[in-house]
Design a protein around this ligand. Structure first.
Ligand SMILES: [Zn+2]
Length: 141
């Protein structure tokens, strides 16, 4: 089974604005900014709310659940030593609203479908970075 993360993977480029997010993934939390004025969840990290322009926000752990909004299966890796093809690049719509660019793991690429329920599955790269691919989840009736 393809695995788009792990050893040899290039480390994310971070900025002070996104450090609370990476601190969250290291601790098993998928954190989003939530606007203190209008309560909107925001991704990617912003200095001001895209709706109301408030600079009052807090970082909160989100559910880590969502659905596949869009995806593509990569068959020719840009760097086979770091990314073993095939792998799935996807946009996941979180329950909280934002869309997140990520990978889908834990199933064959052919099994991925739009609207498929998924949940985050943290994968530690090193002491500094834990990435956040998503995997299929069971839906409770
Ligand atoms: Zn707002």
């Amino acid at each position: 089974m393809a695995d788009a993360s792990g050893a040899g993977r290039p480390a994310p480029i971070t900025a002070p604005l996104s450090e609370p997010f990476w601190e969250g993934t290291r601790n098993g939390e998928l954190r989003l900014q939530r606007c203190g004025s209008c309560s909107r969840f925001v991704w990617t990290p912003q200095y001001a709310c895209p709706d109301c322009l408030s600079e009052d926000y807090e970082w909160v752990a989100c559910s880590g659940r969502g659905v596949v909004y869009s995806y593509t299966v990569v068959h020719r890796s840009i760097d086979p030593s770091r990314f073993e093809a095939p792998y799935v690049l996807a946009v996941v719509q979180l329950e909280e609203g934002p869309h997140l660019l990520t990978n889908i793991v834990g199933c064959e690429p052919e099994a991925v479908q739009v609207d498929m329920p998924v949940e985050v599955r943290f994968e530690r790269i090193d002491d500094e970075f834990t990435v956040y691919p998503f995997a299929p989840r069971e839906v409770q009736e």
